[in-house]
Structures are given as structure tokens and as C-alpha cells.
Design a protein around this ligand. Sequence first.
Ligand SMILES: Cc1cc2nc3c(=O)[nH]c(=O)nc-3n(C[C@H](O)[C@H](O)[C@H](O)COP(=O)(O)OP(=O)(O)OC[C@H]3O[C@@H](n4cnc5c(N)ncnc54)[C@H](O)[C@@H]3O)c2cc1C
Length: 501
Amino acid sequence: MLQVVWFKRDLRLEDHAALCAAAIRDRILPLVIVEPDYWRQPDVSARQWNFWRGCIADLGEAIAAKGGQLCVRVGDAVETLAAIRAVHGPFVLRAHEETGNAWTFERDKAVRRWCKAEGIAFEESRQFGVWRRRRVNRDRWAQGWDRMMAMPAQPAPPLLMWERGESNPLPDAAALGLADDGLQVAPIWGRAEALATLHSFLHERGEHYTSEMSSPVSGEAACSRLSWHLAYGSLSIREAYQAAQARYRELPLSEKAWRQSLRSFIARLHWHCHFIQKLESEPEAEYRPMARLYEGLRPRSADAVKLQAWGEGRTGYPFIDAAMRYLNATGWINFRMRAMLMSFASYDLWLPWQESGRALARKFIDYEPGIHWPQCQMQAGETGINTIRIYSPVKQGYDQDPQGNFIRRWVPELASVPDAYLHEPWKLDAETRAQLYPDYPDRIVDHAAAAKAAKDAIYALRRKPEARAEAKAVVQKHGSRKRTADRKRAGAKADQLKLAF
Ligand SMILES: Cc1cc2nc3c(=O)[nH]c(=O)nc-3n(C[C@H](O)[C@H](O)[C@H](O)COP(=O)(O)OP(=O)(O)OC[C@H]3O[C@@H](n4cnc5c(N)ncnc54)[C@H](O)[C@@H]3O)c2cc1C
């Protein structure tokens, strides 16, 4: 029977479980559905669509090189599948399991209902180390992840029999109603770019990953920069993991920095799935705190003025504003800066993470809901289990940008401010401030006072008797079992990598 392979965020032919399963059965209709309703959601943006669109075009070329034709349809998923059925007859629908946002979660349920009603088999394969809700057991999760990553990455099936279907042209962002969002640096997409990025990280750029990842200056080159390739699937996480393991094995013991960096990188690949598992296990985590006690801690709607100032990089805190403007211009920023921006929104500005999280999601080309939402609520201190981390914007600035080059590059209004005041320009007297930077705002809040108020409010909740029981339940459902896993691994072979997450 005809096999319809529905490509979603897995835009490659290699290590593609759904495609491999289809290839040994019958003719394949490779399908991408561009869903205009999805592109109307508040967490998505033109920069994501443009990247995704590039990946789709790249996949189309890869399929054409093998004699097929990618079928691109624009419309509702169920209506599209019904139309395909009307023309091509019954089929088996194959796709990778997806942990998307609330919208894709509901769409997948609708597709499953339609398949059931029409007697169409919908077979989903696992592409990450993430288990569907019913099947997850956190106590054995890490072993499952290890097994999944150790399975051989499959090459693209050599022989493919294709079915051709009527295709729509790929729309541009404007046709989907997506406004230009000011991206100034065009990212490069596609399979060849993903492989080149992986190679340059593992062989050239990654040596000082561990020590250089936290600064937005050094992190730009030292981080793997694989997030958008993993998010749209031009590279599978298993391919990244296995390449890193292979590189680690060939490194002599004397290459301490490289070895340390690869261990950190592999730990982060583990985190990738560990976080996605949280949203998979609890889809409500996109809008509700895992610890329900925290509901109502912050106002339901954000203060519009503060949200806008933060999103535009006009808070009066030079390092915060530089980081936000860099993100606005490039669509990417390193982990430490993401955490700092979220911390500032959540503690200093007391904004609900759901709203600041949506604004951040739109800015990230690599938006991955399963990582994003659990990270947002963790950085906002609403999981009930994680240490509260309130980043000082000034300390971060001195630590990560000691010369102030990053601030000077992204906040040009401060060009005339002497180095000694660049991180804290408010220490200049009012008259000098007005002379030196008339167009840059004063501090929107006082960090020390705002951080103290935030801490007091959160610890008042944490001290409540019911907080402990709730935290225990959250750990049971979502917590890492790092200590147990480490203990088990302690006896394993000397050269095996330890995971720390
Ligand atoms: C508030 C907030 C929101 C975030 N939203 C996203 C998102 O939408 N999409 C996304 O891919 N990452 C997100 N991250 C995680 C992390 O910041 C990015 O994965 C990383 O900065 C991407 O750059 P890289 O590929 O060079 O990362 P590297 O440091 O080279 O890491 C390699 C890969 O490991 C994974 N990874 C790294 N750090 C983490 C982490 N802390 N948690 C889970 N997985 C991780 C990513 O897949 C990443 O590509 C978020 C972090 C925070 C604090």
C-alpha cells in the first residue's frame, strides 16, 4: 500500500526512521504540509518560517536527486490528507513523533481521529530520546536515552520508489501573514550546512567550548551552533551524538580541553531530550507552572511598557539591551544570555513567563517548544524544584564582556561613555548622562530592589507546607535521576562519557 511520509521537523533523508520503514514496504509519497493556522500562532515568526522554508527546499532537492518529487501542500492537515486519499487511494501515514506546541498537539490529535475514522494506519517513529506520555518512566529514562543514541544512524535508503503528487509552491512569509521581524543576519540552512557546522565544531571550533560558551562574544564561534539544525531536523540528534563520541574516542588523553568540551557537549545533547520529555509528559507546561502553587504568583498579563522595553533592548541595562538586540538581529544567542534575559524579564520586571516566553520564542530561529517552555518556567523559578537563579545584569556584563566590546557594538548610543561607566552608566551624574547619551533610557528598575522583592515572594511560597509535597511530585514526574545514573555509570568502562545534567 502507498506510504505517505509526512515530513515535519525532520527535514532530511538520513537517519529517518519513518522513511526507512516506508522504503521497505511500497511506493512513497513524501509530503510537507504548510499549515497557515500554525503560522498564525503567537509563538512563531517569519524568521522561523524562512529557515524552515529553506530546509524544505533543500529536502526537495535531495528527493529530486533520488528521482522523486517532494509534495508540498498548503492547508489544513486533515483536509490535505483527505484530498490525497481522494486522488491516491488508501495509504499508510508515517511520521516522526513530534513534541510541538499546544497547536501541533491538538492538530496531531485531530489527524489521529481522522485516520481512525477513515481506517488509515498512522505509524509514528521516535526521533529523539523522548517517550510518549504513557510510556515514560523517569527512573529508566537515562538508560533508554543511551540505548536510543547507540542504535546505528541509518543512511538514506538507497532504493526508493516514489509516488508523485500535486504540489503547491512554497509561500513566502508575507503570504502566510508573517511580518518582517528585522532579522539582519541570514542563517544558512540545509543538510550540507548542518554537516559542515557539526564538522567544524568537532574538529576546529569546539576545543574551548566549555570555557567560552557563556560569553556572547566567544560563544558565537565556540558553541556548536547546531540548535536550528536539530530543531528542523536537517541533522538528527543521534548523528550529532555519534559523531561527538567518535571524535572523543580518537582524541589522545593529552587533549584535555577537547575532551572536556566534548563531554559538556554530549551532556547538552542529553539535556535536549531531557527537557523535551518534560513538555511531552506535561503539555500544559507551555502555559501552566509545573508546580501549581505558583499559579497567580505573577500577574496574568504583562505590563506592556516593560515587555516592550525588554523586547526592544531598551531597559537601560547596557548588557541586557546588547544581548536582546543581538538576538533580535541574528535569531540566536547562547544559553547563558537566554537565561539572563529570561531572568531579567521574570524577576526584575516581574513579567509572566508565558508572555515573555512567547516573545522570546518568536525571536529564536531554533524555537523548540519542548526545550523552550520548561526552560522558561525554570528560569522564572516556577518549577518548584530548581534553585532560584537571579542573574545580575551588571555582574554578567563584567564577567562575559569585560572590555565592553559587545555593549559598544550593540548599544551604539553609549559610544561616548567612558569604559569605567559602560556597564553602569547610571553612576554618572544626571547632567553628564544627558550629554553623553541623550537617546538611551534610564534604568527601568533598580536590580537589587527588584531581585529582593522577587526572592521574598518566591521563598514565601516555597516555605508553605504544601510546597514540599508538590516539589516531590514534580521531581517524580520530571526530575533528572542524575545521581542514580552516575552511580551506575561509576563502574562502567573508564573511557565511557559521564553525563552531568
Ligand atoms: C529561556 C531559554 C529558552 C531556550 N529555548 C530554546 C529553544 O527554543 N530551542 C533550543 O534549541 N534551545 C533553547 N534553549 C537552550 C539553549 O540555550 C540552546 O539550545 C543553545 O543556546 C543553542 O545553541 P547551540 O546549538 O550552539 O548550543 P550548544 O551549547 O552547542 O548545545 C548543543 C545542543 O544541545 C541542546 N542544548 C544546549 N543547551 C541546552 C539546555 N540548556 N537545555 C536543553 N537543551 C540544550 C541544544 O539542542 C543545542 O543545540 C533555551 C534556553 C533558555 C534559557
